[in-house]
Ligand binder design. Structure first.
Ligand SMILES: [Zn+2]
Length: 158
């Protein structure tokens, strides 16, 4: 993984963020350096991990209210174009995932969509254990991979 350039990283990010805002840039602005396993760009500031998209939001719009998350309109985790970011709750994040079809992967081309309630149920069943994931998926008309994603918390965390 490439290391970010030396020097003042927040300044570097700020320049790109301001540029994206003033140029009304439509495309994603991709963070080219360190990302976490979900693809979110991060830097270390005063020994703390700071996510680039959150930093970009703050630079562009100000502070992030308590309990709010900075979400991606473009569904592209390494993107930090402030015009692609919006504030939401964790629940919005889940709804957004569902809307964008991250939970659509039905095995036979079916387009089963999970509701939040179903996702919660699935998590409860997974937590209880003793069931194979394929079976749980079949009950909801989604693939085992979808169940795996939920199990791994790849797409969200509560
Ligand atoms: Zn984007």
């Amino acid at each position: 993984m490439r290391k970010p350039p030396k020097g003042d990283l927040p300044k570097y990010i700020e320049t790109l963020v301001r540029d994206a805002l003033t140029s009304k840039r439509k495309e994603c602005v991709i963070w080219p350096f360190w990302t976490n396993n979900k693809g979110y760009g991060g830097i270390t500031l005063k020994r703390k991990r700071v996510y680039v998209h959150r930093l970009a939001w703050k630079i562009a719009y100000g502070s992030i209210p308590d309990g709010k998350k900075v979400l991606h309109e473009c569904d592209n985790p390494p993107c930090f174009n402030p015009r692609h970011l919006f504030l939401g709750t964790q629940m919005d994040n889940v709804k957004d995932s569902i809307k964008k079809g991250r939970f659509h992967h039905g095995e036979s081309g079916s387009s089963a969509i999970l509701t939040e309630k179903q996702v919660t149920e699935i998590r409860q069943r997974l937590a209880k254990g003793g069931e194979i994931r394929k079976k749980i998926g079949a009950d909801y008309g989604v693939s085992r991979q979808t169940i795996n994603n939920i199990a791994w918390g790849l797409t969200w965390r509560w």
